[in-house]
Design a protein around this ligand. Structure first.
Ligand code: NAD
Length: 424
């Protein structure tokens, strides 16, 4: 590869540039005022904190933490907190705006936020993680709150981290305030159905897309990349709904059965062996080869930048349902459009998670908890309505689904800003 090709590939794989490309395209098509574009491109607030923490070996270390509130125009900022060695303010800033668009696409009353702490959780003890979490929370406390900013888990943070955050906030405010954070344990104000929500949301929008191809679940083949929370849950629920999951792709290989995999048995196998490969009721397959199988639905649910200018030309799916965040590059978008692939963009397809987080926040504030059926029914309603809104928008403006999703999101946030007006 030449240097120029390297540089352009690096640019293609930069998710923030991809988000910017999509923002620009949507703003241009909406003929959005330059000033309003500036407001939407700029976060409302960025907080950096330096967190002194006593390590188990007696040393004192200082960690850097960020919280970015991109927009609070439609409601409190909403978004995860990640712990990773390579967290940067640029990344957190971009992810915060991503959350504004995602919440707007599914029309839930939240803005966008994101947080992160630069640390390596793999070398930290539970005690050290707890101290980092509590001090980080205390240092940003005046900016948090059920009506201000509601964090959630993200990379390397979990229910326990959310419980520490909730407890720290509650100790400072002298009252238990479960609605300050979502993704909590069920016994501390978490919601039923949250664990399955993202995968379930993918299934709901996939079902809607199938109707457009006059297919039924029983006649639809599905290839899923990633067998973790999103991919595993989607596989389990879609198999139950009658879909034929013909291949599952993991980081160390893929398995294929043209008649459909027994997902429950594959889950058991993966749990016992630590891998999906060598499953007795399927053939092993090369990971790349499996991605290019002829299928009705391809559901990438592993990581970003899977569908690029290199891989997109070889895809043979009718519907691309983006369970992961940013699985498709902006360059690949054009290739998919030319190939006529029906894309359900990530900011809609994987919004089931944040939607049930919204339900968690509602239930905490009500102090009344819903059964799982109610959670799932309301999730279905939001996902299906959002899918239909998106289709209407893309037809009205004659744009592809990705551009329509960004246009719809920008339009909704801009509308809220205009309605509220600028204060002082
Ligand atoms: P996870 O860690 O539970 O699962 C990811 C799976 O993908 C793992 O099993 C991993 O082994 C596999 N994987 C990693 N690299 C791979 C590769 N190159 N090829 C094939 N498989 C590979 O994570 P998750 O929570 O399921 O998240 C997956 C994606 O969905 C991420 O992009 C995440 O940001 C996005 N997402 C998750 C949620 C949620 O509620 N968990 C919500 C919205 C978006």
């Amino acid at each position: 590869m030449t240097v120029a090709a390297d540089v352009s590939m690096e640019r293609e794989l930069n998710p923030w540039l991809a988000a910017e490309t999509r923002f620009n395209e949507a703003a241009r098509r909406l003929e959005m005022d330059e000033g309003l574009q500036k407001v939407l491109r700029t976060p409302s607030r960025e907080i950096t904190v330096y967190i002194p923490v006593l390590l188990d070996d007696g040393r004192l270390e200082v960690f850097t933490g960020y919280r970015v509130q991109h927009s609070i125009a439609r409601g409190p900022a909403k978004g995860g907190i990640r712990y990773a060695p390579d967290v940067t303010i640029e990344e957190v800033r971009a992810l915060a705006s991503w959350m504004s668009w995602k919440c707007a696409v599914v029309n839930i009353p939240f803005g966008g936020g994101k947080g992160g702490v630069i640390c390596d959780p793999s070398v930290l003890s539970q005690g050290e993680l707890e101290r980092i979490t509590r001090r980080y929370t205390a240092d940003i406390i005046e900016f948090l709150g059920p009506e201000k900013d509601v964090p959630a888990p993200d990379m390397n943070t979990n229910e326990q981290v959310m419980a520490w955050l909730m407890d720290t906030y509650s100790m400072h405010t002298r009252q238990t305030t479960t609605a300050v954070v979502t993704g909590k344990p069920l016994d501390l104000g978490g919601s039923r159905g949250r664990k399955e929500a993202t995968g379930r949301g993918c299934m709901f929008v996939a079902l809607e897309a199938l109707k457009r191809f006059k297919l039924t679940p029983e006649t639809a083949r599905v290839v899923i990349q990633g067998f973790g929370n999103v991919g595993g849950m989607a596989a389990r629920l879609m198999a139950k709904a009658g879909f034929k999951i013909i291949a599952v792709i993991e980081y160390d290989g893929a398995v294929y059965n043209s008649n459909g995999l027994d997902i429950e048995a594959l889950m058991k196998h993966a749990k016992e062996r630590g891998s999906v490969v060598d499953f007795s009721e399927a053939e092993n397959m090369d990971r790349e080869e499996a991605l290019f199988l002829e299928t009705d639905i391809l559901l990438p649910a592993a990581k970003e930048n899977v569908i690029t200018s290199q891989t997109a030309p070889k895809l043979r799916c009718k519907i691309l349902c983006e369970g992961a965040n940013g699985p498709t590059t902006a360059v690949a978008d054009e290739i998919l459009q030319d190939k006529g692939v029906f894309v359900i963009p990530d900011i809609l397809a994987n919004a089931g998670g944040v939607t049930v987080s919204y339900f968690e926040w509602v239930q905490d504030r009500q102090g009344f908890f819903w059964n799982e059926d109610l959670v799932n029914t309301r999730l279905e309603e939001i996902m299906v309505n959002s899918f239909r809104d998106l289709m209407a928008y893309s037809e009205k403006h004659r744009v592809n689904n990705r551009t329509a999703a960004y246009m719809l999101a920008l339009d909704r946030v801009a509308f809220a800003i205009k309605l509220r007006g600028l204060y002082a």
